[in-house]
Design a protein. Structure first.
Length: 405
């Protein structure tokens, strides 16, 4: 059938939300004729991606705000105002396209926060919303460990969640959704409370077969060393400060430990100060962000991904690390809690900062002291990436999802 995808973020090779939009386009276009409404600012990258990986059944339609209105994106939190206006303009375009083409279904795939609306729900066709995230929040006990910037961010995010639940446009989106896909159980609860009639949990992230073929885990990692990696935006809720505290605790008991962090963001300066303050400059390497493809190639030479994020809905990096054959240590919250199993990593409860740091340190010591256990997790992680998160396998669920809608 003719499917309309609403993908505010859609571009190959960028990871995170743009990668989700791009991957959904690729998989839906294997089965259906698909029209993708996305931002004009990504046109060059989209067209480059289509030259590398043609999708003959995909058609892109570009929408953006008039230039005088784009200043919103540069305000703190202004991206949400920008997105709200973009959604309405995209709906007007979608309505025009529907008259010409006649869509059998509309699917909103990015930006997907349960407290932000999709005006695509107003089209008179079955509407699939998601995978929707945003239902996760950093536990209150951790907020005292955040910088002032981080505490302000969390307060504003809490406010946005509250306002979203009383926003008539958000409630309209929920009520008119034929099927809502939630990234986590927490988001599923929020969606039902908004009025979604049918909700199922479906992770937003995946990995392509091409990446699985290209990224081959290292078969013989030295048993006597422990190389750990983290990657992502350097933001307070990513929990890198917790990881550094844990590294400091095992500095003397795990002499072979190396910890590399790839990323850029507002918390970089505070993390650099914390590394010096803890006296772990000889163990920790803070590196600039690198392209997703390069990161995955680098990961094959690491043993463990350390991902102490406090409210990730998706966490692409966990699946990328599993693809590279890395065991995963993460917090038992949000998307990683679904992605990682006991066979592929260690999940840490997030009850308090002190408990989490202590348990992270214990997990690192366990992995360092038992190479057979560590390598077993790594092998199982790679198998899970192949069997569960390969986009080509996940496309098999599309007929079921769309038939349910």
């Amino acid at each position: 059938m003719n499917v309309l995808l609403s993908a505010y973020a859609c571009a190959p090779g960028k990871g995170s939300e743009p990668e989700i939009g791009w991957s959904w386009m690729q998989q839906v276009s294997r089965v259906h004729d698909v029209w993708v409404i996305t931002r004009a600012s990504k046109r060059e990258r989209v067209e480059e991606g289509l030259r590398r990986e043609p999708s003959p059944r995909a058609h892109f339609v570009y929408v953006d705000l008039p230039r005088p209105l784009r200043f919103f994106k540069h305000w703190p939190g202004g991206v949400y105002i920008y997105y709200y206006i973009w959604q309405f303009l995209a709906y007007l375009k979608a309505r025009q396209l529907h008259r010409q083409i006649g869509f059998g279904l509309v699917h909103h795939v990015t930006f997907c926060m349960y407290w932000l609306p999709s005006f695509m729900a107003m089209l008179d066709v079955p509407f699939v919303w998601g995978p929707v995230g945003g239902g996760e929040s950093a536990p209150k006990t951790f907020r005292r460990t955040f910088t002032v910037r981080g505490r302000i961010y969390e307060t504003l995010r809490d406010l946005a969640q509250v306002l979203g639940t009383i926003d008539p446009a958000v409630r309209m989106t929920a009520r008119r959704s034929t099927l809502a896909l939630a990234t986590t159980q927490q988001s599923a609860v929020r969606l039902r409370a908004l009025g979604c009639k049918r909700v199922r949990v479906l992770t937003a992230v995946g990995v392509s077969q091409e990446e699985l073929n290209e990224i081959i885990p290292c078969e013989h990692r030295p048993a006597e060393r422990l190389r750990m990696v983290s990657a992502g935006r350097l933001l307070h809720w990513k929990g890198f400060h917790l990881a550094l505290e844990a590294i400091a605790r095992v500095r003397d008991t795990v002499p072979s430990l190396e910890y590399w962090i790839y990323g850029e963001g507002a918390e970089r300066e505070s993390l650099e100060k914390l590394v010096k303050q803890l006296g772990i400059s000889d163990r920790v390497h803070l590196c600039d962000a690198i392209p997703r493809e390069q990161l995955m190639r680098e990961m094959v030479d690491f043993d463990v991904l350390l991902h102490p994020s406090l409210h990730d809905s998706g966490a692409f990096v966990c699946v990328e690390a599993m693809t590279a054959g890395c065991a995963v240590v993460c917090l038992d919250v949000g998307g990683p809690a679904i992605q990682v199993t006991e066979e592929t990593g260690i999940k840490i409860a997030a009850l308090s900062p002190e408990q989490t740091i202590r348990d992270l340190a214990a997990a690192i010591e366990k992995l360092a002291g038992d190479s057979d256990f560590r390598h077993g997790l790594a092998r199982a992680a790679r198998e899970r990436a192949q069997n569960v998160f390969a986009w080509e396998k996940r496309v098999d669920s599309l007929p079921e999802v769309y038939a349910q809608a």
